[in-house]
Design a protein around this ligand. Structure first.
Ligand code: UGB
Length: 592
């Protein structure tokens, strides 16, 4: 049937905008979408719902639904020909600044970065559901630590709040949500009074799903009559949303020079953020990836400088599934193998990015914010036309440099791994299996372990004596139970802050130390068994000197039993780590 006849048959249901979209879809060979409309089983409300779903995609995708279909057709035809996206490119080590050894360069970068943070905004991508983690809820609600139960979102907000006070400017926070995470994120912000941030300091951008396609001709897939099959488009949507919502332009007008992109469950990112911004300032990086030494085979991309004769060099993340084949056919016949230190040839991308606003705006304008989409169809047979299951276009936020055409400067800043990266991504059993295989666990427990370890490390760097408990493990994931050190951002944002506030002292064994607000300590002793919290409210300060915290019972870490692990009344955020921390302090609160 021709589209004009079809639309006139359904004229009572269709407005002018519906007719225009349906006609455009017929012209793109999508008549199958409406094939079942004569069925008596379909009522008008289902048809209306279907049209609305099509309009939502049309409105939310830069380039509209028709643009999406055309992009899919082009990319699928490349995929059918098995085009190698890196054909002819040879990977080399990228331009790197290595701050993993700390020292004066690290501290100078942190100081410069904290100053530049006043002209920055934080962009948090939080549209993912975390299926690998097996957690029923938004990942931003998961506690980073279960001593006081600070959630990831509370932690990020506390850094922004402390830096805003320090720099006397409300540093903006942009959060990308999705259908899966939007309502719960809004509810969390409301229930917690936005964790102290102002209403106009936070911008929420919601990503929509994109249609799946059934074949290389990009016929849109249906889950049933009048049911468009939809799938996530990936974290690269953040660029499109910053552009189409006008947020990037608005932030630039308000003086924002840098955007710091962070992921949902990597609290450690905030340890490296300032130094990385400082490196961007010093080296003039338009795009700076915070990176770690990569363990071969792990699920983080490798960053390489890709060179090809007659082509400007391109520093880019090569996603983990593409890295090994690229290395095999170029610089390393054995693929992604370890060097003598046990690391991959290329630094690992942890999706922690510092992007300079000026070149970013240019790229957004020229690309419409659609950043290097790709498609990964699973073909059913060698004809490479039919898929095993519907495919969709995806984007990754780290692919932005693919669109750089004006000699933009791309660099990498390498930090010690757990200083900047210890995400909570894997379910406990999977994490234990990864440990067995020699890889990083990246579970809620390992993230919490590294959170305390970094606190200890900072105290040690400030000159405090730290004696750790021997390493143990909870359900196969290693854990050093003490001392458990929490340094709140209101206490210290940088290493220099910790050094200025801590003089001498010691902390040992299974103890807990929490420092919050404008406090400082000279010769503080926290013996094993002690729990000590030194905290002040806004506007007040406290100094302690030659003080020994009483070694009475405090916070105690206890493994969950097998029964508790199965017990739905035990909070899921404990079951994903395999232990709980019980507060046995007599007051139950502050122990000054
Ligand atoms: N996310 C969204 O906001 N929307 C989406 O549609 C999808 C995700 P994953 P992934 O650091 O370990 C990335 O799923 O994609 C958010 C890099 O590509 O946790 O497997 C989501 O909420 C990889 O190179 O990660 O891998 C979360 O905050 C490597 O760096 C973020 O995007 C790897 O992360 C990442 O989503 C890593």
């Amino acid at each position: 049937m021709d589209p004009i006849t079809f639309c006139s048959q359904h004229k009572t249901l269709m407005h002018a905008a519906d007719r225009a979209l349906v006609e455009a879809l017929f012209a793109e060979d999508q008549a199958h979408l409406f094939a079942g409309w004569d069925s008596p089983a379909l009522d008008d409300s289902q048809k209306r719902g279907f049209l609305d779903a099509l309009h939502l995609v049309d409105k939310s995708y830069s380039g509209g639904l028709i643009g999406y279909i055309r992009n899919a057709r082009k990319l699928l035809s490349d995929a059918a020909e098995a085009a190698n996206p890196f054909e002819g490119f040879t990977p080399h080590k990228p331009e790197m600044v290595d701050l993993s050894g700390f020292g004066p360069e690290y501290e100078a970068a942190e100081e410069a970065g904290l100053a530049a943070f006043a002209d920055s905004a934080v962009v948090l991508v939080a549209g993912g559901l975390g299926e690998r983690l097996g957690y029923n809820g938004i990942k931003l609600d998961i506690p980073v630590e279960v001593t006081e139960g600070t959630s990831y979102l509370a932690h990020y907000a506390s850094v922004i709040l402390a830096a805003s006070h320090r720099r006397k400017r409300a540093i903006p926070l942009v959060i990308m949500t999705s259908r899966d995470t939007h309502d719960a994120t809004v509810a969390t912000l409301e229930q917690n009074q936005r964790f102290g941030l102002a209403q106009d300091q936070i911008t929420l951008l919601r990503q929509e799903l994109v249609p799946a396609v059934d074949d290389v001709a990009a016929h849109l897939a249906l889950d049933g009559p009048c049911q468009l099959a939809l799938k996530p488009h990936g974290h690269g949507d953040i660029h499109m949303l910053l552009h189409t919502s006008g947020t990037a332009g608005r932030l630039a007008e308000s003086g924002v020079r840098y955007l710091l992109f962070i992921q949902d469950t990597n609290a450690q990112s905030m340890n490296a953020a300032f130094a990385a911004i400082g490196i961007s300032e010093k080296h003039g990086y338009d795009f700076n990836s915070i990176a770690v030494n990569r363990i071969p085979g792990e699920a983080v991309g490798g960053i390489a400088r890709l060179e090809k004769p007659g082509h400007p060099p391109l520093t880019l993340n090569v996603e983990y599934n593409q890295l090994d084949p690229l290395l095999r056919c170029t610089v390393s016949p054995d693929g992604d193998v370890a060097d003598e230190q046990g690391f991959s040839l290329f630094p690992g991308n942890i999706n922690l990015l510092v992007i300079r606003m000026e070149p970013y705006l240019k790229v957004l304008r020229s690309s419409g914010g659609i950043i290097a989409e790709f498609v990964n169809p699973k073909f059913a047979d060698d004809s490479r036309t039919v898929f095993k299951k519907p495919a969709r276009l995806e984007t990754m936020m780290q692919d932005l440099p693919k669109l750089f055409v004006s000699g933009e400067k791309v660099g990498v800043t390498v930090f010690e791994r757990t200083w900047c990266f210890s995400p909570c991504k894997n379910a406990l059993a999977d994490a234990a299996a990864k440990v067995k295989a020699g890889g990083p666990p990246e579970s809620a427990s390992s993230a919490e372990n590294d959170f305390y370890a970094t606190g200890r490390r900072k105290l040690e760097m400030a000159g405090m004596q730290v004696v750790e408990t021997p390493a143990t493990s909870f359900r196969g994931v290693p854990f050093v139970t003490g001392p458990r050190v929490i340094l709140r951002p209101s206490f210290a944002l940088t290493l220099a802050d910790v050094k200025a506030r801590i003089r001498g002292g010691s902390i040992a064994g299974n103890s807990t130390l929490i420092l919050e607000g404008d406090v400082s300590a000279e010769n503080l002793t926290v013996p094993t068994g002690a729990s000590f919290k030194l905290a002040t409210a806004d506007g007040t300060s406290q100094e302690i000197k030659d003080f020994t915290a009483p070694a009475d019972s405090g916070f105690e870490i206890m493994p969950l039993t097998d029964d508790e692990m199965q017990d739905p009344s035990v909070p899921e955020f404990l079951r994903i780590r395999g232990y709980r921390i019980i507060d046995r302090r007599s007051s139950g609160t502050t122990t000054e």
